[in-house]
Write a protein that binds this ligand. Structure first.
Ligand code: AHR
Length: 600
């Protein structure tokens, strides 16, 4: 008689619930076919459901691996569409048996103009992102508005172009009216997404004021969980209409005469996830998004609207969700969202850094797959419109993800999701920057999730702020990726990664700014033991002098920064390469991410 085994059937009830479930498939008690066995991870209200089925073709170890992967919400891989076969490397990479990495640059050969919104970020009402992060009226470091001055000056000098707000999972239970008007009348509300108290002392108008001070644009999230399309349209009216209507006049009554003219809006958050407040089917969500889009455009036809795509390839509904949603609302939206969090947990990569550092190629595959679905629906609809993608949550995240790290226990500003980033995380973030650059023809908005304290490049305490390791590759993208993304030809030696195939040791992306002639080159060396020599071949014109040359590297991949030792992992000056006969030659160290900027 065939044996019974538990097979992953559906749901994760909450994002961030991926870690710490105890037991493997063989531990699950299957007594008869179609039994449903629930597994409760360490974190509060999460549940994984397994259905007992006859053992068929999957060998036990494979099945266990699949289940473990499926159990990893937000993990970097997990379904066959990601690692199902040999992996097509995103870098142009003909076989290279030479040790030298050859890069061919031609400023006439570009992928796309770079939309600076590709390097946006995200602030959610979560943990200490808003309260104690950017807004801390009791702090000696705050201004008269309660905004942290040190954070303002950091974000201003980074020139973060766009910031998503107010969530995230939070937004799906948020009533924006609670956060406007006289502060003393605003209610203390239990945020059910993160079990935290929101005092509502910071709301839409405070966020708009903060955006103005730091010089960024808002990417406003709308509640399409408990919220209605009518409430979404009311918020647009509150923000964008001048006067003479119920909601624009309310804004004026609240002391804001000028409308904000917010352009970009997210129609909900991760509505495919069973953990999401107000989760619904793809068709239901697609129809709600369509209704919201129509009502919002009646108020302001100039809006750019982003529908919720899949929360990641780990979802059982990955891509099918996107297709069904777009069948309902393709004609009404401009972009589709993607999310992804990468992990180097032993259960996912075996803690193998060389595998972890290849994961940015999996991001590229996710983008390519999502683009394919958008274009499929476009074909069905015979639409002249091409959608763009909003990769509005991406980062490394796998340690502070469950238990007390994700449960606010009804506190104000609890310490949630305060991930401490090490060198290898920063190297992957560099790789992810390179991948986003290479996909800039379709990804027009992307948000490093998040910005302050919560899975963030910047942490604050009562006395100041700290740059975490991942700050540096993100900041370099903001400073030096300008103009158009170059379509580089890169020849690199490769190494084998299981289920990915051959992965280039060296990953290179670059930009060329036609306005000032500057070139920026970004190099990830995934080789953990060896430096690699790069030869840049300037095919149309050789550049001028090296303006910037920095490298992030070290011998300890697990090294991280603390308030006591803030420079433990920090960029080092890198020898400026010289250019002779149309070629620049230099060596990048093992385990490194390097940026070089040349003048015209
Ligand atoms: O960024 C943290 C959380 O991750 C967001 O609230 C949610 O959208 C995602 O699951």
């Amino acid at each position: 008689m065939a044996s019974l085994a538990a097979k992953f059937s559906s749901s994760l009830e909450r994002a961030g619930s991926n870690e710490g479930w105890t037991g493997s498939t063989s531990d699950l008690a299957c007594s008869s076919r179609n039994d449903v066995v629930n597994v409760y991870p360490k974190m509060g209200r999460s549940r994984l459901s397994f259905t007992c089925e006859e053992n068929t073709d999957m060998s036990s170890p494979d099945r266990r691996r699949f289940l473990q992967q499926a159990a990893s919400a937000g993990m970097a891989w997990g379904v066959s569409s990601v690692f199902g076969g040999s992996f097509l490397c995103a870098q142009t990479s003909p076989p290279n048996t030479s040790d030298i990495v050859r890069v061919y640059v031609d400023s006439r050969r570009v992928i796309a103009p770079l939309d600076r919104n590709l390097f946006g970020s995200f602030l959610e009402h979560l943990g200490r992102a808003i309260y104690e992060g950017i807004y801390d009226p009791g702090s000696k470091l705050s201004d008269a508005n309660g905004f942290r001055k040190d954070v303002i000056s950091e974000i201003r000098q980074m020139e973060v172009p766009i910031i998503r707000y107010p969530g995230g999972n939070f937004v799906s239970g948020y009533n924006w009216l609670d956060g406007v008007g006289p502060k003393e009348s605003r209610p203390r509300v239990l945020d059910k997404a993160w079990d935290s108290i929101n005092t509502n002392q910071f709301g839409t108008n405070e966020f708009m004021a903060w955006c103005k001070v730091v010089g960024t644009q808002p990417l406003m999230g709308l509640n399409l969980g408990t919220g209605t399309p009518e409430e979404a349209a009311a918020l647009v009216e509150y923000c964008n209409l001048d006067q003479g209507t119920k909601w624009s006049d309310l804004r004026r009554k609240h002391g804001i005469a000028e409308p904000y003219k917010v352009k970009n809006w997210c129609l909900g958050n991760e509505m495919d996830g069973p953990w999401q407040i107000g989760h619904m089917t793809a068709t239901e969500y697609g129809m709600k998004a369509q209704d919201a889009a129509r009502q919002m455009r009646y108020v302001d036809p100039s809006l750019q609207l982003i529908a919720c795509g899949s929360s990641g390839p780990f979802m059982p509904t990955y891509l099918e969700w996107d297709r069904e949603v777009l069948e309902q609302c393709y004609d009404y939206v401009d972009g589709l969202s993607l999310h992804r969090y990468f992990t180097n947990a032993p259960a996912d990569t075996g803690g193998d850094t060389s595998k972890f550092l290849a994961m940015n190629l999996s991001m590229e595959q996710q983008i390519a797959e999502t683009v394919a679905v958008c274009d499929l629906v476009r074909g069905h609809k015979r639409s002249p419109k091409q959608l763009w993608l909003s990769f509005d949550e991406w980062n490394v995240w796998y340690r502070a993800r469950s238990g007390d790290a994700a449960n606010g226990h009804h506190q104000e500003a609890p310490h949630l999701l305060e991930e401490v980033y090490n060198l290898e995380d920063a190297l992957l973030v560099g790789g992810l920057v390179n991948s986003l650059l290479r996909k800039a023809n379709r990804v027009k908005v992307a948000c490093l999730a998040q910005l302050i304290n919560v899975i963030a490049p910047i942490s604050t305490n009562a006395n100041g702020l700290l740059r975490q390791t991942i700050y540096y590759p993100y900041d370099w993208a903001l400073q030096y990726a300008r103009g158009s993304v170059l379509n580089l030809l890169v020849e690199s030696p490769t190494y084998e990664v299981v289920k990915m195939g051959q992965v280039p040791y060296v990953d290179v992306a670059g930009t060329f700014n036609p306005e000032d002639g500057k070139v920026g080159i970004f190099v990830l060396n995934r080789d953990l033991s060896k430096p690699h020599v790069l030869e840049i071949n300037w095919q149309d014109k050789a550049p001028g002098q090296v303006l910037v040359s920095n490298v992030l590297t070290g011998t300890d991949l697990k090294a991280f920064n603390t308030f006591e030792s803030p420079q433990h992992v920090a960029p080092q000056a890198f020898a400026k390469p010289s250019t002779n006969g149309g070629r620049s030659k230099f060596e990048v160290p093992a385990r490194s991410y390097t940026v070089i900027q040349w003048s015209a």
